[in-house]
Design a protein around this ligand. Structure first.
Ligand code: FES
Length: 117
């Protein structure tokens, strides 16, 4: 993931330093009132809704990574971290575009890469 110039971050919100992220461990951030889980997975930062659609719990930041999926720690529902799709199911989670600029993580929470509800 390349480090861009600050001018490339229009519509993005700075949420944390890249160095704060621990591989495969989630961090909870907010962009306005949007509750977001971010993970550093194999050198790429992924951002998606922190709300598990099973019981609408704000819990996915506390999930664990298995392959390309985040696994909800409550009952084990799995979601693809890139597409937000639930494995074998109809419901999924929203994912958000991420930029790394000036050593910070920036998220565009206005654009929905994936809206599966
Ligand atoms: S709350 Fe996430 S699987 Fe039940």
């Amino acid at each position: 993931m390349s480090d861009l110039q600050l001018s490339d971050t229009t519509n993005y919100t700075k949420v944390c330093k890249l160095s704060e992220l621990i591989p495969n461990r989630g961090k909870r951030v907010f962009v306005g009132d949007v509750d977001i889980a971010i993970f550093l997975i194999e050198g790429e930062v992924r951002a998606f809704s922190n709300i598990c659609p099973h019981q609408h719990s704000a819990i996915l930041y506390d999930g664990f990574i298995e392959g390309n999926n985040v696994v909800c720690p409550a009952h084990g529902w799995e979601f693809d971290v890139c597409t937000g799709k639930k494995a074998g199911g109809s419901r999924g989670i929203k994912t958000f575009p991420v930029l790394i600029a000036n050593s910070y993580v920036w998220i565009n929470a206005e654009i929905k890469e994936s809206s599966i509800f």
